[in-house]
Design a protein. Structure first.
Length: 171
């Protein structure tokens, strides 16, 4: 399919909308997100022979899109803190995500957008994209321990922000 323009156009048409939505989760400016998506599709078409069918094509392409977003953000001086051994207890049970009052999906997404950058992308990759810490570590070029720590801290900050928001919403 590499070099076959008609097949590439069909793939683009099939996946462009979904991949644009993913790019928009990381790149706030819609035009920039579109540019990032275009660059990622070009990379995918160039690397098409590397696709081995071990995962669904959409999942393979999604990984390229997210990596392109992260590369773009890094170029914009996105820095991640290197975490030391100060936090050794990591709680990853699903119950720790619970909050006491009902909140909409849109409110949660907005609260994630308001997280500090060093937490926002780890939380997005974990919660929204479904990546595990090893995958997040590879995508963001950070140690697995940093991914775990930033997720824990991001989760705590997210819960606090949502609880504060809900207190204001109720009163």
């Amino acid at each position: 399919m590499q070099g076959n323009r008609k097949a590439q156009i069909k793939l683009y048409d099939l996946y462009a909308d979904a991949m644009y939505c993913i790019a928009c989760r990381y790149i706030s400016n819609r035009e920039d997100a579109k540019d990032v998506m275009q660059e990622a599709f070009l990379k995918a078409f160039i690397r098409l022979q590397q696709y081995k069918g071990e995962v669904a094509f959409g999942a393979w392409l999604k990984r390229i899109i997210i990596n392109q977003c992260m590369d773009t953000l890094k170029k914009r001086s996105l820095l991640y803190e290197e975490m030391n051994d100060e936090i050794l207890t990591i709680i990853e049970d699903d119950a720790s995500w619970e909050i006491k009052v009902e909140v909409t999906k849109q409110e949660i997404l907005q609260a994630i957008e308001n997280l500090p950058i060093k937490y926002k992308y780890v939380v997005k990759l974990y919660l929204i994209e479904g990546y595990d810490h090893q995958e997040i570590s590879e995508i963001l070029s950070i140690p697995v321990r940093t991914s775990r720590t930033q997720l824990m801290r991001g989760k705590t900050k997210l819960k606090n922000n949502l609880n504060d928001f809900l207190k204001h919403k109720i009163s």
